[in-house]
Design a protein. Sequence first.
Length: 386
Amino acid sequence: MNLDIMIQTYRQIFQRNPEIETRAPGRVNLIGEHTDYNDGFVLPVDIDRAIWIYASGRNDTLVRAHSLDYGQTTSFDTDRVERDDNAVWSNYIRGVIAEYRKRGDRIRGMDLLVSGNVPIGSGLSSSAALEVATAETCRVLSGLTIDPVALALLSQSAERQFVGVQCGIMDQFVSTLGRESAALFLDCRDLSYQWVPLPTEACIVICDSRKQRSLQTSEYNERRAECEGAVAVLNQALGNIRALRDVTLEQLEDNKHLMPEMRYRRARHVVTENQRVLSAVQALQDGDLPQFGRLMYDSHASLRDDYEVSCRELDILVEVAAPLPGTLGARMTGAGFGGCTVNLVACDAVEDFQAGVIEKYQAKTDLRPLVYVSRPANGVTHRRLQ
């Protein structure tokens, strides 16, 4: 991102200088997929790609927002926030302001310039980054008091209540609270968390399949409903089951005859994935990267076969990465149906890995993947420019 160009563009559009710069990162989830909305465990990291907002406050309640990436401007009043289906990207901004208003906060008008380099529709949470960046911008310019966990929850609520995607808390939480050089181990039930350092000899390599997908038109909400259906059956049989987090694999196997095969397989993925996250955290703490990699492969197989959220392109990316020298593990990441894989690769083998994945994937799909390397980044930050 050329931030100097963003500042120049801001001056051209709004005829003034921005007061603050806010940056909120995208994320990649190392392991723990589709567990967050089941009260489970996740292990994401922030990446060095982000959404930036340049902003200045106004003396009224008008918000003017311009997206560099969409080449579009929209405006609305903070006292009456409504959806704009002609500028869909702005609904993430609008939703955050609507959630602040529900709290009783007064949000001053703002002039906003938005841009980013988190690939849209690739499963790296560009939407959560935009929500968190907006929430932080509002906090600073309107002088609000809100702690980081509450800011993450408010951003999640914006996506659920205003945008209409029934997401879990992981994306907004790590975009707010991520830390450089570590993964964030999060319990999505009680929101307890700890940072788990990543060994410096391992690099995170993200491979974008270039197959776009949209959460709102995917089967995401359907999967969530299938999990809730399994919980209802298991609660009736076992009692005290609030979420699949509360179920052991043995309990699930003993009661699988009570539910359709598909619902059982959805539940089996979540139950086994939670255990894989716990095992992966232990592997990192033990410095056992080969074990961590094996858990990544197991996670992908479960997402492909039991949860059925992978696709041909993601499967091929994992398949071509696995035999390359230096590859420790590979799996799809994000909601699925397209998007990215995350790979753990020995840092001294990254260059050859990139070349190998691009060549082999393109030969099988006629698509050229985007491949880039990241170390864990910090969560949301802002800096004053005036």
